[in-house]
Design a binder for this molecule. Structure first.
Ligand SMILES: [Zn+2]
Ligand SMILES: [Zn+2]
Length: 574
């Protein structure tokens, strides 16, 4: 059975609305504008502070808000990021972002906004603020990075394959167009063939269709090594596809459209939402949420149910002990704390025990436990016992237990077309060699070849060489024709490489190093080239991220250009 969403109300929002409708808001407004009150008088009332910053745009209210304590609030944090986005100068944007991350420290949007601000203003401070946020331990942020990581790896593989096929097409296009014309091999007919072969580029507005048509065409001329590389790329695409099966569930989570998201929201954000748990696993979440909204009775009965059916995770035992502590059942609380302190290495139970000892005025015992908590990396200024949140692994268990949707995230056409090319690559049919004249580099076939000693040359070269009178002249002619060919080849390599670093190396048959460079470059280019494929969580508000991607892409491209152009210069064209 599906869980019922009882109520999705943000507690802060409710009290804020109540305040706006009460006569108090009027009195506070008048008092503050006339100077009878100071905003610092309301330092511990976030509702008034929020009201005053919104009506009077007073920066002092913002700095006071920085000192108040909130449960994570997604919406207010998003509103502040919006203000940061609209801000005219660096200082304002930075202040807004600081407040936004104070209200929701684990939101990945805040982390990325800081980085975007750093990239845009070329300053280091925002990077330091970003790295101080506990973003990577947060479940939603992890899901964001995993989902987009899979998309990035997949797209970069595809784009890498695309560049490979494109560079090889440039190299083999004369051969293929020569072979299309099965009768006489004239130059004009070759040009007609060439135009026919450019058809997919001109007609298809889709990178994938272009990739498929030329990949199939190239199978007729590829050498064994080149085929294997194409198979490798296709194989990786298929493997990444298999690994991306849970991607659809991750995307549903990020679009706030799944049960695991509602559980996450219930546990992490400021709201009064509770879900009825459907199974044992979800009880942990429900009990925690009930405790957060103050329903101690129901929370306690759930925790007890779990405890007496044998669940002894620290998050169960510690939180149950906390409720006993609040109810004044000190002995029971102490037994449970002792159990959790023996069972795990978390600092919270020690802290809570220390608090308990403090209440019963056993000061030296208390400070001993507090020191133990600090030794485990935990300290807090709280005067209430602290609960342990359901861990991220619990969330993963829930998320991965959701139904897998085979083709939810990736269009099946991509998968089957890749598979089809992979299978086709094993068919034995190939165009018979020779492909090129060894002297002038023109595309030839068996019909228009002339065998001269042990090398294969075209009829034109053969005729030219025949007219020469002696061996020296022949060598000279051969050399000059060959030079022209080499220069041409190198120019094309440079041009291709200028478009995508690494493509020139692939053109010159330095396939592996070329592919590595292209893949690295594509990892940084795809967020800019194909932003529509990346997953944006629902309610996304952030500073534009393109500035981050541009900085990364420029740095990587710079290194890639230097490396590849030097490598091309080192290749002896023949
Ligand atoms: Zn020739
Ligand atoms: Zn021919």
């Amino acid at each position: 059975m599906l869980a019922v969403v009882l109520l999705v109300v943000f507690q802060f929002d409710t009290s804020y609305k109540a305040f706006l409708q009460s006569p108090r808001s009027e009195a506070v407004f008048v008092g503050l504008t006339q100077g009878r009150y100071k905003i610092s008088d309301f330092a511990d009332d976030p509702v008034v502070l929020w009201f005053w910053r919104n009506t009077a745009n007073d920066p002092q209210a913002d700095s006071l808000l920085m000192r108040t304590h909130f449960r994570r609030n997604f919406h207010i944090s998003a509103a502040l990021r919006w203000e940061a986005k609209e801000a005219d100068d660096y200082e304002t944007a930075m202040n807004k972002l600081n407040l936004a991350s104070h209200l929701d420290s684990s939101a990945v949007e805040n982390f990325l906004s800081f980085l975007a601000l750093a990239a845009k203003s070329r300053k280091v401070d925002p990077v330091i603020s970003a790295l101080a946020l506990p973003v990577f331990t947060d479940f939603r942020s992890q899901i964001f990075f995993i989902a987009n990581g899979i998309v990035l790896v997949f797209l970069a593989f595809f784009m890498c394959g695309f560049v490979y096929v494109a560079s090889k097409t440039v190299y083999y296009l004369p051969v293929i167009s020569h072979r299309i014309d099965i009768q006489e091999h004239g130059r004009l007919k070759g040009i007609i063939g060439l135009v026919a072969l450019l058809f997919p580029v001109l007609v298809f507005r889709n990178l994938f269709l272009i990739f498929v048509s030329y990949a199939v065409l190239l199978l007729f001329v590829f050498s064994k090594h080149e085929r294997n590389l194409l198979r490798g790329i296709l194989c990786f695409m298929i493997v990444v596809f298999v690994f991306s099966l849970p991607l659809h569930d991750l995307m549903l989570f990020l679009s706030k459209d799944s049960k695991s998201y509602r559980l996450y929201e219930m546990v992490h954000y400021d709201n009064s939402m509770t879900l009825d748990s459907d199974n044992e696993q979800e009880k942990l979440f429900e009990a925690y949420a009930l405790k957060q909204v103050g329903d101690l009775e129901r929370s306690m009965s759930l925790y007890e149910e779990m405890y007496y059916t044998g669940r002894r995770e620290i998050a169960v035992v510690n939180n149950l002990a906390n409720i006993y502590f609040i109810y004044g059942e000190v002995a029971r609380a102490e037994t449970l704390y002792s159990y959790t302190m023996r069972a795990g290495s978390k600092g919270e139970p020690f802290f809570n025990m220390g608090l308990l000892k403090l209440r019963s005025l056993e000061y030296s015992e208390s400070s001993r436990y507090m020191a133990e908590a600090r030794r485990r990396g935990f300290s807090s200024s709280s005067t209430e016992p602290l609960d342990i949140m359901p861990s991220t692994s619990e969330f993963y268990r829930i998320l991965l237990s959701e139904k897998l949707d085979l083709f939810g995230a990736i269009n099946p056409i991509f998968f089957f077309a890749s598979l089809a090319i992979f299978v086709l690559s094993f068919l034995p049919y190939r165009f018979p060699p020779p492909f090129y004249c060894t002297t002038c580099g023109r595309a030839i076939c068996r019909k228009c070849q002339e065998a001269e000693a042990d090398e294969i040359i075209c009829k034109e070269c053969f005729a030219k060489l025949k007219t020469t009178e002696n061996v020296e002249m022949e060598q000279l002619l051969r050399h000059s024709v060959g030079n022209r060919h080499r220069r041409m080849k190198r120019t094309i390599a440079y041009l291709l490489n200028a478009i995508v670093p690494g493509a020139g190396l692939i053109y010159l048959n330095k396939n592996f190093s070329g592919l590595c460079v292209v893949y690295l470059v594509m990892l940084t280019y795809t967020p800019l080239l194909l932003p529509q494929f990346f997953v944006k969580p629902a309610g996304w508000v952030s500073l534009p991220l393109s500035s981050i991607f541009v900085v990364i892409a420029v740095v990587v491209a710079l290194f890639a250009y230097v490396y590849t152009f030097l490598a091309i210069r080192g290749v002896h064209g023949d």
